[in-house]
Design a protein around this ligand. Sequence first.
Ligand SMILES: Cc1ncc(C[n+]2csc(CCOP(=O)(O)OP(=O)(O)O)c2C)c(N)n1
Ligand SMILES: [Mg+2]
Length: 521
Amino acid sequence: MEPRVGPVGALERIVLRLLTHPEDAQRHETHQEGNEARNKGEQCLTKLVFRMDRLHGRRVQVQHQYGHGEGEDTIAERGKAVFPVKVQTCEAGGIPTVTRRAFKDATTFPTGPVYVAYASSALEATNVEGVIQAGDPPHMGLVPDGSVIHAIWDALLNAEKPLLVCGSDIGAAGAEEEILALAERLALPVATGIFDYASFPVHHPNYAGGVEGLSEESYDVVCCIGYRQNTRGNATDLRFRDAGTIIGIGHDPGLLGNTFPLDMAVWGNVRQTLAALNASWKEDDARLPHLERRAAALRSRGQQRVRQLHDEAVAHAADRPIHPNYLAHVAGTTLPEGTLVVSESFRNADHLMPFGFDKRQWRLVRSFGASLGHGIGAAVGAQLGAPDRPVVCSIGDGAVMYSASGFWTMARYGLPILTIVWNNLNYQTVRTNFHTFGGEMAKQKKYPEVYLGDPEIDFVMLAKAQGIEGMTVREPQAVEAALRRGADAIAAGEPYLLDIRVATVGTGAESTWHQRFKLRE
Ligand SMILES: Cc1ncc(C[n+]2csc(CCOP(=O)(O)OP(=O)(O)O)c2C)c(N)n1
Ligand SMILES: [Mg+2]
């Protein structure tokens, strides 16, 4: 007799196999058996949300929820309200079709979330078999007219003070080599979006930092490539007002509109468009005096920037509590090559980690919005999607508590993920924002509800309660050994957690003030 498999379990297995073995996804069985434990009359829908991330369009995060007693229409309508694409099936025989469609839509540029609903009638059917064909992304052949390529090339080649602004389409299109060739040949300084250390190697001499932090230099040509602007609807959104030419190249027409006012916009495949631009390069161009001059300046400025970051981090080596910059520095030199960091924090010194395009360099996954709660689940998704990479979930103490039940998932499914909790006992980002508003809180230096140290959360115990080993780190001298221990654990196939007490940095850091009251005496 075949083993009895609960319908949801069966579906999860199919989907997980699709995620981990995309090349092997041609033949998958859906063998649905009834779940006797479940009340047959109960309306139960499983919703799966597939979301492509930015790296090579390969990994997919899966979340699922179970809805009880809701009509399919309500569920489907809700999905439609949130996700641009939605598919659903009420029959088991439709599962292969909707699953293939979902993956196809999720991997088609501009890529994005797809809402899938499998009705209980589909999940509970018995003796149904089907094959899910892999939903490979379609080939996209969209390169603008030669005259447009020529105009962009001409602007970049002859610019006096150019700037590239890189964003997530570079990773989605697999355009890493092309962007490096363009930036290096034309000696172009490169900025990236806020917290986006994935779209250009941070230790590259051409890297100039986050676009929001650039000084107000007067650039003459600004070229945005797959860049997603963090518009606030204020004057800084127009910071390149004086530039003679602003160019935008990207996969998502919506994003081309949601950026600086563009003189030239290209809606096309970023890799192919960059390849077409690079094809305009002639070896003699390398001897153009303004390019040689700029390349030399970038080299020395880049070296200086990297040295300065290094020296600043090392200067904190003896600080107690441990300085976040020092922790990031030691992590960068201690954790393995090729580490994939899923980051959920705003103050964890991501900028000091060795992210880059090379296989040995690190990769970064993070959300573009600022909403908390994705980190632990995203680390699970990243590990499933990239099982050969060491995966680190780098997360703030506050952020952990938005999805701490995900530790159980790591333990249950034996997912080798090293969680590093940057425990500064605070919602420090919120305190900083409160302070920036400059009102009564800033005046009194009292920031309600941001100090998390009373009582302190024992993150090692929180992990242990869910089956994950870990350790607390308080001394800067202990950081390196602790990180090695964590790296060894994941190399051995186990999840592990480090609760590292880090200094609270920024406004009001010294304050532990919080309102003390009991709801009932
Ligand atoms: C769902 C959600 N709720 C609340 C917030 C507001 N918020 C932004 S940052 C932050 C604090 C996060 O604390 P922690 O992870 O410890 O990072 P820190 O700021 O201390 O570096 C909060 C609560 C949010 N972004 N998303
Ligand atoms: Mg914190």
